[in-house]
Design a binder for this molecule. Structure first.
Ligand SMILES: Cc1cc2nc3c(=O)[nH]c(=O)nc-3n(C[C@H](O)[C@H](O)[C@H](O)COP(=O)(O)OP(=O)(O)OC[C@H]3O[C@@H](n4cnc5c(N)ncnc54)[C@H](O)[C@@H]3O)c2cc1C
Ligand code: FES
Ligand code: FES
Length: 1352
């Protein structure tokens, strides 16, 4: 039944008002239920988001801030409301960070705190993510929990695909997602036995190992009837849902009408008022943010805009219908209609599923999506192609129909609607017989901030004459090629009347090159142009397949057919294998068992306290930084008067306020000093110049933006290429020589000289940098800091404040991820915070926004490698000349140490007899690059593996063979004369990996597949790894711990190590439990603090457990030694008896333990003399299979098999977690994550909308991890090995598998042999490396267009 479109008034447009008037008649209290509790707020700020409201006003800190732009899901909560259209209660996941609190009037919110707690009972979702080891740092966990919880509220027995889809919007940087899926799979009908051995092949010879990291039978059953009920007041009564409500602050007014009449009247009275539905555009629009006063009209509850009308030939959606609701309606329609009529809807549905994530689709309106007028909208091209029409209305002008065509979009983000007009509805016609549609986008990119980065998408329609192949009508519509979505009208016109055949294809390809102008804005012009052609080619094949074959006119070749299938992503499955604990090990001894994180329950319930969750003290001030906007400039003046004039702003702090040392001189006088606050010049964009202190964070940030800095610009350098041209280098050069390389290269059978580039990487920990400084009595200061190195932080704050270190206490309970990014930057944060606290004599809190964090914190180094390699005819490496050029950023910082590490370990697992390896550090004006998981070696290993691959391709030897031939053997030493302890494990890992992955069989299958498929290619690669553990610098290899036994027998551990998700606290508890022979539950560890354990070394370099675990072991052993006589006297006594007796005998029950690696001396670089620089090595191997869509550059990781040597694992669940998480972070490094700067030195990729870290959909469909059995580490703690960093390197197998697939595409195009594929292997690089008739033959980094971006 058609309800038609409402028609309002007549056509009269005379009454346009230009000024904004706020209606004065309404004034309301916000009513919202939070976790079942009614909240009435008569003083609500319409600018406040739900996330700020929860965290600051209600002090519910379980929901986290991580990106603030809807891109990570850390703030996910469940929203429930009664829907008058559907007459039912709806529950949906939303992102609280951009949902205005006022939008929730009359609704109910459930946060992670509302569904379960450690004080009452955990919700099954919380319990299962914890017990299945689906959390590490836990910062993403509340969001994950709430996405899953909401799914279950709507669908108590989902399938795995439902789970994966519901978690697409939730990022996790630690776990690699596999254990999260595994834990949640237990809610599916088939469930998961928790024992992956069920997935093993029959006859598998590894069945003597243990599999399964959790026992599902331990889980409490899920009973959907026990959930919190929707507040009856909101259901039975529509008083909050009807009528106009208004909330106002001094700057912003929020008005929510519920009828179209009221909305039109308001829009007429206040034409400049901004309509809001999901707020996903308005919330981030800088022009809207600047409006003073700002009037927002919420259209999400206007009844007429929520109507849906389904008829035989069309569907009409009210403008505010959410994309999620649209999906439901389209799905039903596709099921009901014959396929030819449902095709438009099916294509739209498919594309809708690719727009953002569930959280976005649940709130964003289809009308607002169109009206955002984004040239990158994924839906608009398809809607235009489908001849969608719109109805718009205004109070005086009445309603008018509009076509969604090129005259609708008048300019960048501008439509033809007048200020008073409102979009009422959208009508999408059903498909016709012989009509074909398709929409395309490159799935792997999430770039959506269209100003900076463009990616094209397309919507196509073709209507053919019945029973012929003659084209009657055609529409080719493209997004991402200019300021608006573009209709290729002239191309479409020339196509009409022609036969759908190869001649047409050829002509269209030509016209797409000549008649469509691609805007250079956004860069990547060649790639985008090739995509236009590739998309059309796909459409051409689709029509050929669906229509022309039916007409028996022409048919698809077999090698083209796979194009019609999407790159396949199967629901993930996995196995994890590890060895059993030795027979006879007491059940109570947790060492070697997969026990869960000691604070898993707190993390899963949102009770875990991170730095920014610490409750504020009275009088606390918030600090916001004034950052440099120039890469290199003199500071002429700073005018902070406008900022200081705002009410609530307290003061400005800068270098002049630093009581002690502001400048940290560089080691070399020619290099730049580091400064806490830039004093007279800036050396990178994002460098702190000063800070504003104010009563709230929002106010401080707003005021900081008002500080005006006048600069005098100086020359600057951003990229490695520029640095080479300008000879801009730091003084430190590391050079390692062995033999006469030039002479050896002369006599090699093969020599290859090449250049490769491995890009930088952002740490992207989920918790941004944060710090609190609290002045105490007698000049003391307490620092709570998200830092990986409290001692260094303490010392540097002491020097900055000119105080002795004993007045500074630094502490932290946990970090929301660190990955090396919370070393130097956290110290810098603490110094700024401490100076501010000192100046104001108030507690000061400083937390960075994601964009600030990414611009401020230096990244992993980008590296350009130039090499010349020589090898024999049988593949034996003979000589290597290698120069590594690192982009070090503006100060040398840890770059020199990192360069040394790269040089020392640049040959990975291969014996290179003669070598000349050099590293130089480019001095550029980006933030100072620093440590990141793997510190340097992920780059040098990648370079070495690229070299091995190039050798194989050049000489025609199989890549796995050339690797095998050159692997280190027993008795070898590495390039820095380090003895290769346990080197036999390398070969064991390699062999086992080949065997477990069924490498040779799959190689045959893949070659066969590739022979038959021209545009989809599969690739396979295997890489070995040798990775050092610990610091090369001897003094860092020391650690201390303090252990107390209390009289009730409970134990408290303190040590200098930081818990950041790697499980250090858990492992140290396991160790104490073993030594004391008491259950782990009796042992507690509460925080790391400099006043308990002084002079700690950084928790980094995979050495945390070795160092701090050993220190704890030693402290415990000292205590046990003291108690030994008592135990001897009373062997049958209990632990409590012995403790009591010890106390009565005045035996100290507190001990400190100190550990240092013995024999670490460090390599003598000056004399190139060998000495022990490393304690031991960890070994591993990984095999990856990918499938590449050569037409778009998209790829999918199909399978990964890892075999890793971790010695005798202390905790297989934690170690496997590190392997999977590290691998996925490496996968991001080598294939997805690319940093880009503007020509002015501004980081463009500074949030999840622009910077692409792996999502749940990226994990391999099959992910198998095996811990090498029977490989005890003779020198390790309880025979274990450190595991944090090594697995990351193994992900280079994915890059090489992509290269393998690309090489097959190149062979089809007649290009054999070696080619260059830089890292990361982004869709752009992949596409351009696959030359064909649709792309220009471009295949390396130098030809990627860098006009728009600077790649560091
Ligand atoms: C994290 C994230 C990921 C995203 N990913 C994608 C993606 O993959 N693909 C893609 O295409 N897009 C993507 N987007 C963009 C997204 O689709 C749009 O931002 C969203 O659809 C806007 O809907 P909204 O209701 O939230 O808009 P709002 O911000 O509420 O409003 C948007 C605009 O529409 C106007 N408006 C709304 N209704 C009316 C009306 N009835 N009459 C007149 N004017 C009206 C508003 O005034 C405003 O100008 C993403 C956005 C985010 C935040
Ligand atoms: S999505 Fe809200 S903080 Fe990232
Ligand atoms: S556990 Fe997911 S981000 Fe750390």
């Amino acid at each position: 039944m058609s309800r038609g479109n409402p028609c309002i008034g007549g056509h009269n447009t005379e009454h346009t008002k230009s000024t904004m008037e706020v209606p004065k008649t309404y004034k309301d209290s916000l009513v919202v239920y939070v976790n079942g509790k009614k909240i009435c707020d008569s003083d609500v700020d319409p600018d406040m988001t739900l996330l700020s409201y929860l965290r600051t006003k209600l002090r519910l800190t379980g929901s986290k801030y991580s990106c603030g732009e809807g891109g990570c899901g850390a703030c996910t909560v469940m929203l429930s409301n009664y829907d008058d259209q559907q007459k039912k209660i709806l529950h949906y996941a939303i992102n609280a960070c951009y949902t205005p609190i006022c939008a929730l009037h009359g609704m109910a919110v459930t946060t992670v705190e509302g569904i379960g707690s450690t004080r009452t009972k955990l919700h099954p979702v919380q319990e299962r993510i914890g017990k299945a080891h689906g959390l590490q740092c836990g910062f993403c966990t509340p969001g994950m929990v709430m996405s899953m919880y909401t799914l279950l509220r709507n669908n108590p027995q989902p399938n795995t695909a439902d789970i994966e889809e519901s978690l697409v919007g939730n990022l996790c940087r630690c776990t690699g997602y596999r254990p999260i899926i595994e834990g949640f799979k237990t809610f599916t009908e088939s469930g998961c036995c928790g024992n992956p051995s069920a997935c093993l092949q029959p006859g598998d010879e590894y069945n003597d190992m243990v599999s399964g990291l959790f026992t599902p039978s331990d889980f409490a059953p899920y009973d959907p009837t026990q959930e919190i009920i929707f507040p009856s007041e909101l259901q039975l009564n529509d008083k909050y849902r009807s009528g106009v409500v208004q909330f106002s602050s001094s700057t912003t007014t929020w008005i929510r009408p519920t009828t179209l009449k009221d909305l039109l009247r308001l829009k007429f009275e206040i034409p400049d008022a901004v309509i809001v539905v999901g707020n996903a555009e308005v919330g981030f629009d800088p022009t809207v943010r600047k409006l003073q006063p700002k009037i927002l009209l919420s259209a999400s509850r206007v009844a007429e805009l929520l109507q849906i009308d389904v008829s035989d030939d069309a569907i009409t959606f009210g403008s505010s219908v959410s994309m999620a609701r649209m999906c439901e309606v389209l799905k039903k329609r596709v099921e009901d209609l014959p396929s030819c009529n449902g095709q438009t809807y099916a294509e739209l549905l498919n594309m809708l599923h690719q727009v953002g994530d569930c959280q976005l689709r649940n709130v964003s309106g289809i009308g607002s999506h169109i009206l955002s007028a984004s040239p990158l909208s994924d839906l608009t091209p398809l809607l235009m192609a489908s001849r969608t029409t719109l109805i718009v209305a205004s109070l005086k002008g009445g309603s008018r129909p509009l076509s969604l065509n090129s005259s609708f979009f008048v300019n960048y983000r501008k439509t033809c609607l007048t200020k008073e007009e409102v979009l009422v509805s959208i009508t999408i016609p059903a498909g016709l017989k012989n009509e074909y549609f398709a929409g395309y986008k490159v799935k792997k990119q999430v770039h959506r901030r269209d100003k900076e980065v463009s990616m094209v998408n397309a919507g196509f329609r073709a209507l053919l004459e019945g029973k012929t192949n003659i084209l009657k009508e055609a529409s080719l519509i493209f997004g991402g090629i200019g300021p608006t979505v573009v209709i290729a009208n002239s191309v479409s016109e020339k196509m009409c009347g022609r036969k759908w055949d190869e001649a047409l294809l050829k002509d269209v390809q030509h016209m797409l090159g000549t008649e469509l102008q691609l805007s250079p804005q956004g860069g990547m012009v060649e790639y985008r142009r090739s995509l236009l052609r590739s998309f059309f080619f796909k459409f051409y094949l689709k029509v050929l397949n669906e229509h022309c074959e039916r007409m028996s006119d022409s048919s698809l070749s077999d090698s083209d057919r796979p194009v019609l299938l999407d790159v396949e992503k199967l629901p993930s499955k996995s196995t994890q294998l590890y060895q059993e604990v030795p027979t006879g090990q007491p059940q109570s001894d947790p060492v070697g068992r997969p026990i869960i994180l000691e604070s898993a329950c707190q993390l899963a319930t949102g009770e875990a306290v991170y730095c920014d969750d610490v409750p504020p003290e009275p009088g606390e001030l918030h600090m916001a930084l004034v950052f440099s906007t120039r890469p290199h400039a003199k500071i002429i003046s700073v005018d902070k008067s406008a900022a200081l004039s705002l009410e609530g702003v307290r003061c400005y702090v800068d270098a002049t306020d630093v009581p002690g040392k502001n400048t940290w001189p560089a080691e070399n006088p020619l290099d730049e000093d580091s400064e806490t606050f830039a004093s007279d010049k800036v050396i990178h964009v994002g460098q702190p110049i000063g800070g504003i202190l104010a009563e709230t964070q929002d106010l401080a940030r707003k005021a900081a933006k008002l500080v005006k800095v006048l600069y005098e610009d100086m020359d600057y350098v951003l990229s490695i290429e520029d640095a080479i041209k300008r000879n801009s280098f730091f003084q430190h050069v590391r050079h390692l020589e062995g033999g006469d390389v030039a002479a050896e290269l002369e006599i090699c059978d093969h020599v290859l000289e090449e250049e490769v580039y491995v890009g930088a990487q952002s740490h992207y920990y989920m918790e941004t940098q944060s710090c609190i400084a609290r002045p105490q009595e007698r000049d003391e200061i307490l620092i709570i800091a998200a830092s990986q190195n409290l001692h260094d932080l303490q010392m540097s704050v002491a020097e900055t404040l000119n105080l002795p270190a004993n007045k500074i206490t630094a502490k932290i309970r946990r970090l929301g991820g660190g990955f090396g990014g919370k070393l130097e930057p956290a110290k810098h944060m603490a110094r700024m915070c401490a100076v501010a606290a000192k100046k104001c004599a108030k507690p000061v809190r400083l937390s960075l926004g994601r964009d600030e964090d990414m611009q401020f914190v230096g990244t992993r180094h980008a590296v350009l490698a130039k090499y010349k390699v020589g090898w024999s005819v049988d593949g034996k490496l003979k000589a290597l000349q290698l120069e590594l050029l690192l982009n070090g950023g503006c100060t040398e910082g840890p770059s020199s140490w990192i360069a040394d590490k790269m040089v020392a370990h640049s040959c990975n697992t291969y014996k290179v007899p003669v070598y000349d390896i050099k590293a130089r550090i480019c001095k550029t004006n980006i933030s100072s690059c620093g440590s990141m998981r793997g510190v340097g070696t992920p780059k040098s290993v990648a370079v070495m593996e690229m070299i091995m691959d190039a050798m194989a391709r050049k000489s025609g030897i199989k890549p796995e063979k050339i690797r095998e031939i050159n692997l280190y053997k027993e008795g070898d030493v590495d390039n820095v004369n380090q003895e290769l302890l346990d080197i036999q494990n390398l070969r064991r890992c390699w062999d086992e990996c080949l065997q477990r992955s069924d490498y040779y069989q799959r190689r045959l299958y893949i070659d066969n597949f590739n022979n038959k498929s021209r545009w989809k290619k599969k690739g396979l690669a295997v890489v070995p790894l040798k990775r050092c553990i610990g610091f090369e610098v001897p003094f860092l290899n020391q650690a201390a711990a303090l252990v107390h036994i209390y009289l009730d027998g409970s134990v408290l551990i303190s040590h200098g190590g930081i818990e950041m998700g790697q499980g250090l606290y858990t492992k140290t508890v396991q160790i104490a439990s073993r030594v004391f022979r008491i259950p782990a539950e009796r042992i507690h560890i509460n925080e790391t603090s400099s006043d308990k354990v002084p002079n700690s070394t950084p928790t980094a370099a995979s050495s945390g457990t070795d160092l701090y675990g050993n220190a704890v072991r030693i402290a415990c052993e000292i205590l046990m030694e003291r108690m030994e006589p008592i135990i001897y006297e009373n062997p049958k006594g209990s632990w409590e008896d012995w403790v009591g007796t010890a106390f009565m005998r005045r035996i100290s029950l507190s001990a400190s333990g100190f550990f240092k690696y013995p024999d670490i001396i460090g390599f003598d670089w000056n004399n190139l003399k060998g000495s022990k620089g490393q304690y031991y090595f960890s070994y591993g191997a990984a095999c990856c299979e990918v499938e590449v869509d050569c037409l778009t550059g998209d790829h999918q990781l199909k399978r990964t098999d890892i075999v890793m040597d971790v010695g005798d694992s202390l905790n297989p669940a934690l170690d496997i977690g590190q392997i999977e998480g590290g691998f996925m972070q490496g996968y991001g490094l080598y294939t997805l994550e690319e940093l880009r700067y503007s020509k002015e030195g501004k980081l463009l990729t500074k949030g999840p909308g622009m910077y692409r870290i792996p999502q749940i959909g990226d994990i391999p469909s099959q992910f198998n991890v095996t811990l090498l059995k029977g490989a005890p580490n003779k020198v390790g703690l309880y025979s274990s090995k450190g595991v944090g960093e090594p697995p990351l390197h193994l992900a280079f197998a994915a890059h090489l598998a992509i290269k393998d697939a690309v090489s097959s595409a190149r062979a089809d195009a007649g290009l054999d042999g070696q080619f260059r594929l830089d890292s990361p292997a982004t869709p752009e690089r992949i596409r351009l490396a696959c030359p064909d008739e649709f792309s220009n033959k471009l295949n390396n980094r130098t030809v990627l267009d860098c006009e728009f971006f600077i790649r560091p």
